[in-house]
Design a protein around this ligand. Structure first.
Ligand code: HEC
Length: 215
């Protein structure tokens, strides 16, 4: 009986796969608990490197985070992007990324991704040492305010590209994926488009600001 019902629900198109449709509480519990238990089990055997506090690693991690992660995980003092606002479950802000995770669990999530959430796996494209640098950065970033975050990023951008590793979307100049037009402070939200902002299309819809007041 239960199996027949499952077929009817699926084949009849009754599962709403929209990202904006909230999961009913039992489904949300089911998905969330599956996630929590899976991460705990999968990460149990992962040992942490001893040098997670190494300042050079933290800076390298900061730069990689800026390029690959900040589009979804909003840093302190910056507004959410159009991408991060549309994800379900919502990507936690930077300060929250380690709030409920051990470093080993965070490493596992970053390496493996989380299916059906928008969290990509970075293991296929990155060596473990680079992923640990991201964890090292997250540890430092947890307590930073907007000024502290901006200062850390400023220092990270001055790093020489020593390992020949750069992210294609960042370009040879090391320009961030969140381009400067998107790097506006919170108080800029909803303001008129700045000249540097090339992302405003013909219908005058300020995409880069991330909030859409009158839609
Ligand atoms: C396309 C959007 C997206 C990008 C890019 C992204 N993430 Fe995520 N991330 C998510 C979402 C969504 C979740 C929430 C998953 C969940 O709650 O089940 C998440 C979860 C996480 C978590 C686990 C948080 C927790 O409490 O369980 C960590 C750690 C994390 N991301 C780190 C990173 C790092 C580091 C990067 C860059 C290398 C990154 N993410 C890039 C969307 C993204």
């Amino acid at each position: 009986m239960a199996i027949a019902l499952a077929f009817v629900v699926v084949l009849g198109g009754w599962v709403n796969v929209s990202a904006v449709w909230p999961d009913p509480p039992p489904v949300a519990w089911w998905l969330h608990t599956t996630y929590e238990k899976s991460v705990a089990r999968q990460a149990a055997a992962i040992g942490e490197p001893v040098d997670l506090d190494d300042p050079a690693g933290v800076l390298a991690g900061a730069r990689a985070f800026d390029e690959m992660c900040s589009v979804c995980h909003t840093p302190p003092g910056l507004s959410p992007t159009v991408q991060s606002q549309g994800l379900n479950p919502p990507p936690p802000e930077v300060s929250q990324l380690l709030a409920r995770r051990t470093p080993a669990q965070a490493f596992w999530v970053i390496r493996s991704g989380v299916r059906m959430t928008g969290m990509p796996a970075f293991g296929p494209s990155h060596r473990d040492a680079h992923l640990w640098q991201l964890v090292a950065f997250l540890q430092q970033a947890a307590g930073l305010d907007a000024a502290g975050y901006a200062d850390l990023m400023e220092r990270a951008r001055q790093l020489p590209a020593s390992d020949g590793h750069h992210h294609r979307h960042g370009g040879a100049s090391g320009e961030a994926m969140r381009n400067p037009g998107e790097y506006h402070a919170k108080e800029d939200r909803g303001g008129p488009a700045k000249p540097a902002d090339q992302t405003v299309p013909a219908h005058g819809h300020p995409h880069a600001t991330g909030n859409h007041p009158e839609d």
